[in-house]
Design a protein around this ligand. Structure first.
Ligand SMILES: O=P(O)(O)OC[C@@H](O)[C@@H](O)c1c[nH]c2ccccc12
Length: 408
């Protein structure tokens, strides 16, 4: 006969369970969950139970049954270290639940499951959904999480703060966009220094970031965007620093996957004037606090959205001055420039204008017709990478993109 063991887990989670001695069993949602009954059940063949019993596992903490049918291990018998791990795991899951409720599908790190789940003499470990990222954006975020943890160890906040006290002031990113728009009556250009991307591969073999940045500036770019992610975009903070130190005057956007406030300090130390905050990976509260920190550091925050839900979330956050509409879905790489138009239509566009927010049309812009299209939709700036960085002469590439010379 099979045994049924209730587990504390959310309905959204399809989970697998492995005992500490490894066999895996799948958890199925009960087809018709009833009140006071667990939403999930675990079927474990009795033969497996028997074999574990036979192995004489060490005695573990007892399970306390909950009224709702779930079960928790009694804390009084859980070793202190394990109790802390369980609490940390629960806090992490709480954050995930908030993110999910805001429509964020990107998980911050691979689900590891609770440290241990005690069932009588058995120890169970949840492995929610396996440790495979669901798409490229999630993979980048998981990688970034590890990368930032290592970088932080080498350069803790206290060290960055000291460096900041002697850092030169930032340049006005937003002011430069506005100034360019009123000078040219065309969307201000944020030209991107980008060697490669996961969707397009290497865009330019002879990649000299400083030369490209100078060529963009000569061509009339209002601001520059510098990719700093190494693994997926072959960018670096050294590129950002080198461009900043080479006498380029355009304000610089640090194009990074920001998941922690520490990265804002680091970007500032490395010469950024602005940073990207991606709504698809950041819960509202993170965006809110990061915007405050940006203000303290003199950084402009470009908050990036891709769909209506993200746009509505961001419009509900105070202090947002610059919104980027990405025409590329970072999960699937699909590019569609009508996304910019779609997100600026009707009431949303109204609200944006009322709030005086500047909108940047991002990705997939190749021709003067594309620029005219997004300008018509309501953007006052554009962010362009591929179509410029691929040009043998990026200065000329800018004139071709706008259909005229936009340099001063
Ligand atoms: O090369 P394109 O299609 O012109 O796109 C530039 C820029 O919009 C794109 O690089 C970008 C927009 N948002 C991002 C977030 C992370 C990495 C890259 C991006």
């Amino acid at each position: 006969m099979d045994s049924v063991i209730p587990l504390r887990t959310t309905t959204a989670t399809a989970a697998t369970v492995a005992t500490t001695v490894r066999p895996r069993f799948s958890i199925q949602p009960l087809s018709n969950p009833r009140p006071n009954k667990p939403a999930f059940s675990l079927s474990v063949p009795s033969s497996i139970f028997m074999s574990h019993r036979a192995r004489n596992l060490p005695q573990c903490s007892p399970v306390r049954a909950q009224q709702d049918g779930s079960a928790v291990a009694s804390e009084s018998t859980i070793p202190e270290g394990d109790a802390l791990k369980i609490k940390e795991w629960e806090a992490e899951r709480f954050k995930d639940e908030i993110a999910t409720s805001e429509g964020i599908r990107i998980r911050r790190r691979p689900p590891s499951g609770p440290p241990l789940h005690y069932v009588g003499p058995f120890e169970f470990r949840l492995q929610n959904e396996g440790n495979t990222p669901r798409n490229i954006l999630e993979e980048i975020v998981w990688n970034k999480d590890k990368e930032v943890a290592q970088m932080k160890e080498k350069r803790p906040l206290i060290v960055l703060n000291k460096l900041l006290s002697s850092a030169p002031p930032t340049r006005d990113f937003l002011g430069a966009l506005k100034e360019s728009y009123s000078r040219t009556e065309l969307p201000a250009l944020i030209a991107e220094v980008k060697k490669a991307s996961p969707s397009r591969g290497v865009l330019r073999e002879d990649f000299n970031p400083v030369e490209i940045a100078k060529a963009y500036e000569r061509g009339g770019a209002a601001c520059l965007s510098v990719l700093t992610d190494k693994k997926y975009f072959q960018g670096s903070f050294e590129n950002l620093e080198a461009i900043r130190n080479a006498g380029v005057e355009c304000p610089l956007l640090c194009k990074e996957f920001v998941i922690e406030a520490w990265q804002l300090y680091y970007a500032r130390v490395k010469g950024a004037d602005a940073v990207l905050l991606i709504a698809a990976i950041l819960p509202d509260l993170d965006i809110k606090y990061m915007i405050k920190i940006c203000k303290l550091l003199g950084l402009t925050a470009l908050v990036e959205v891709h769909d209506e839900r993200e746009m509505d979330r961001v419009l509900g956050i105070d202090g947002v001055e610059l919104i980027g509409i990405n025409n590329r879905d970072l999960g699937t790489f699909k590019v569609d420039i009508s996304n910019t138009k779609k997100l600026l239509e009707g009431e949303r566009g109204e609200r944006i204008r009322e709030k005086g927010i500047i909108v940047v049309g991002e990705s997939g812009l190749f021709t003067p017709a594309d620029i005219a299209y997004v300008q018509e939709a309501g953007v006052k700036a554009v962010l362009v990478g591929e179509s410029l960085v691929k040009q043998p002469d990026p200065t000329k590439g800018i004139s071709e993109l706008f259909g005229k010379d936009i340099s001063c």
